[in-house]
Unconditional design. Structure first.
Length: 513
């Protein structure tokens, strides 16, 4: 038996064990319960399917040969409504294992040959646990960044009283992190409010609801950057409110019952930085009625952070599915190469580079279960997916510097024959940048492995582009792209390995990722 078995994370992950041999399921229950898992057992395959439908399980262990239906049929029925469950098949002998193609099609994480020792099975389960943790971390980041964007857009204006502004900041922190005890303090003296009755204002909740001396509290809790400390069984995270123009002008602190996870610490840092810029801008509006030039400089910092946050959201869209990681970067790369080969100027190439990076940003508003669905989409689901170009325009339109790429983002699913979406434009009525991205996007999609299909070879993808000339794609753009692929394909791959290290390149997608 392995010595370092998982015991500390008691009942963090749930397992459903299915076998028509009751002794086997009871043995699995005993073994994995002792390892710290929450285990449910079932001996009826049909009942197990309903348990998955109505319950919440992370991992399923199931026998391959059962009655009235075998393990692969159980998995096939489960995948019709659940694509997230990690599944390991148990077999009496290697010869009884299902074909590799079946394992891939049903997204089965592995199979295990039964024996009187469970060491190898436990390793498979632990591998699933690592993947589940990574998925949860990605989801946490994505949701957190979306919450930050929503909080910033709804925080108010410089006309609000300072107490109301700070209360909004507290509400955002409580929605972002598992905390009820929060406090934020700002020193108004540096913003020109010399006549203010209280140059230091503090607002708190829970333990920090009442602060008698704000000046003394801020002085005793001032920190540089981020400070994490533990006291009386609780953990506090403090961050300085800081902008380049004024330096440190306050602090924010949250108190949690347990030590925060790494992703929570990073989200808190992003939130504190965003609130520093947002609060400083709003306080300046309220206190000094800044001249237009000063406001433009202040909002330049906000613009920079918005771009960073939206770029993080873009990467989270790609990371929703391991198979699409690096997709936006590759589309951007191919689009620039096409633009350069067409003799378009550097300014246009830069615009299409940015548009390619953000062309799928609207997918952040599409449910995961639709984007990651293995089978065909229903009409309703497809209608939701078709909204992502318009959603992308809504997200990017709040930043003025993106105005010249909006038409490229909105039109990258239009077809040359007029049968695309969202507007059904045809021919040269479709913006040139959108027509270029359409070709680059389709090529990367065809040559990338996805959860529901394999990838095309280079030659197959080139034939498909040629076949769809003047139908889905602008024929002139296809001709340019096919020519540069013929001449420079190998150098493209080497360059992308350097520029986009996390991407799954075409030469690797034919095998296991």
């Amino acid at each position: 038996m392995r010595k370092n078995r998982i015991t500390r994370q008691k009942q963090e992950f749930s397992i459903l064990a299915l076998d028509d041999d009751r002794l086997m399921t009871e043995t699995l229950e005993s073994y994995f319960t002792a390892s710290g898992y929450q285990v449910t057992i079932e001996n009826d395959p049909l009942a197990a399917i309903e348990r998955v439908r109505t319950g919440e399980f992370d991992i399923m262990l199931l026998d391959f040969l059962m009655r009235p239906i075998c393990g692969d049929e159980v998995v096939r029925r489960i995948r019709e409504f659940n694509s997230d469950l990690f599944i390991i098949l148990l077999t009496g002998h290697k010869s009884m294992a299902p074909p590799v193609q079946t394992i891939r099609e049903l997204d089965i994480q592995g199979y295990y040959e039964k024996s009187d020792r469970f060491d190898q099975l436990e390793l498979l389960v632990e591998s699933c646990v690592k993947s589940i943790r990574q998925t949860r971390t990605i989801q946490k980041y994505r949701d957190g960044l979306a919450d930050i964007l929503e909080c910033v857009s709804g925080i108010g204006s410089g006309n609000m009283e300072i107490d109301a502004l700070l209360d909004k900041v507290l509400e955002g922190a409580q929605e972002l992190l598992p905390c009820t005890d929060t406090v934020v303090c700002v020193d108004l003296s540096g913003f020109g409010e010399k006549g203010a009755a209280l140059p230091v204002v503090c607002r708190g909740s829970g333990f920090y609801k009442k602060i008698g001396n704000p000046q003394a509290f801020l002085k005793s809790h001032t920190c540089n950057g981020l400070l994490i400390s533990e006291e009386d069984g609780k953990t506090s995270m403090s961050a300085s409110l800081f902008v380049e123009e004024f330096g440190s002008f306050g602090m924010m602190m949250v108190l949690t019952e347990s030590r925060p996870k790494q992703e929570e610490v990073q989200l808190f840092q992003v939130y504190a930085r965003q609130m520093s810029i947002t609060l400083s801008n709003l306080i300046l509006q309220r206190a000094l009625h800044l001249r237009n030039r000063e406001l433009e400089e202040a909002y330049a910092s906000t613009h920079s952070l918005y771009m960073g946050t939206i770029d993080a959201m873009r990467k989270m869209v790609d990371a929703k599915d391991w198979y699409t990681r690096g997709h936006s970067d590759r589309v951007s790369y191919y689009a620039v190469k096409i633009a350069q080969a067409m003799g378009l100027n550097e300014a246009f190439a830069e615009r299409i580079r940015v548009a390619g990076m953000f062309h799928d940003i609207g997918k952040v508003g599409i449910p995961d279960e639709i984007l990651r669905k293995n089978g065909s989409l229903t009409e309703t689901e497809y209608a939701e997916v078709k909204e992502h170009p318009s959603l992308g325009v809504k997200i990017l339109s709040s930043i003025s510097s993106f105005s010249d790429i909006l038409s490229m983002v909105e039109g990258h699913h239009e077809r040359f024959d007029g049968k695309g979406y969202p507007k059904g434009l045809a021919g040269e009525a479709i913006p040139l940048g959108a027509r270029i991205i359409c070709v680059a996007d389709a090529f990367d999609a065809m040559t990338s492995k996805r959860s529901y299909r394999g990838s095309m070879s280079l030659e197959e993808a080139k034939k498909e582009l040629w076949h769809c000339k003047n139908q889905q794609f602008d024929g002139k753009i296809v001709d340019v792209f096919l020519r540069i692929l013929e001449e420079h394909y190998d150098s493209f791959q080497k360059e992308m390995e350097t520029l986009i290290p996390e991407t799954t390149l075409i030469k690797n997608v034919g095998g296991e990722s």
